[in-house]
Design a protein around this ligand. Sequence first.
Ligand SMILES: C[S@@+](CC[C@H](N)C(=O)[O-])C[C@H]1O[C@@H](n2cnc3c(N)ncnc32)[C@H](O)[C@@H]1O
Length: 299
Amino acid sequence: MNPLDYDYLRKLLREQSGLVLAPDKQYLAESRLLPLVRKYAMAGLGDLIARVKAAPHSAIAIAVVEAMTTNETFFFRDKMPFDHFKDFVLPRLLMARAKERKLRIWCNACSTGQEPYSLAMILDEKRLDDWKIDIVATDISNDVLARAKAGLYSQFEVQRGLPIQLLVKYFTQVREQWQIAPHLRTLVSFKNFNLLNDFAPLGQFDVVFCRNVLIYFDQDNKSAVLNRLARALAPDGYLVLGAAETVVGLTDVFKPMADHRGLYVAHAGKAGKPALAAVRSPPLAPAMTDTVRVAAAKS
Ligand SMILES: C[S@@+](CC[C@H](N)C(=O)[O-])C[C@H]1O[C@@H](n2cnc3c(N)ncnc32)[C@H](O)[C@@H]1O
């Protein structure tokens, strides 16, 4: 790929997905985009980028962005966040929501679905039959969402992180693959959603898993996403980030929980005050501002 095309690709990726491609990752771009060159029967990468330049919001441009995403994931990835969810977050939220008996969870870079299905298994084990549980799982890539919706995993994928007793309990063998139980599939609703977009249409959540996606964003987009997440989360809700991610130095709307690595809660009194000046978030909605202030005053 020539340097000008590579620069264009880096700009396109940042603008359309937030993903930052380092200046020396040309080989990565080439290996991920060559399958598209073949799929669309083009002469080469130059052709592909020319088509994207001519129509930066076309299906081909979207396919280019999707091809550049990293979709690595596995069941109960890093284990600890799921233990925190099961043993700390869930008991507190079940108590706090005992009246309405409703829980909304958002996995916002869900890849092929192992993360939301891990949560679905934990919730199923708790037997919350009279609760309305809503797990919304989103990703920018339609390819991974199609796989997630099918809930079909290879032998290799079910051997990564999934305890054998959960495999036996929740999966059925379909030829060489394993399919997750229909009642867990209906617990999760998969949607295409770009983290650069406004979160308001998704409503409010009690827990947000935003793991292993912000590592690919630059500081401004990390801050902007975190500030918008604060508004998408109930005042007593929990944010879960990946092992290599933090809010420190990016925003003060969240604070880390001392004894629960990877878990973040609203920073009382700081809601809506981004740490960095260059944040593209709209101001807090008045109703939410009041709610957050009440929570802050109580603590
Ligand atoms: C490395 S996977 C993380 C999967 C899962 N959260 C985990 O931790 O195992 C990152 C996912 O983020 C998605 N992604 C990248 N940019 C995104 C964006 N702007 N909006 C939504 N999802 C995005 C990718 O498509 C990919 O599936």
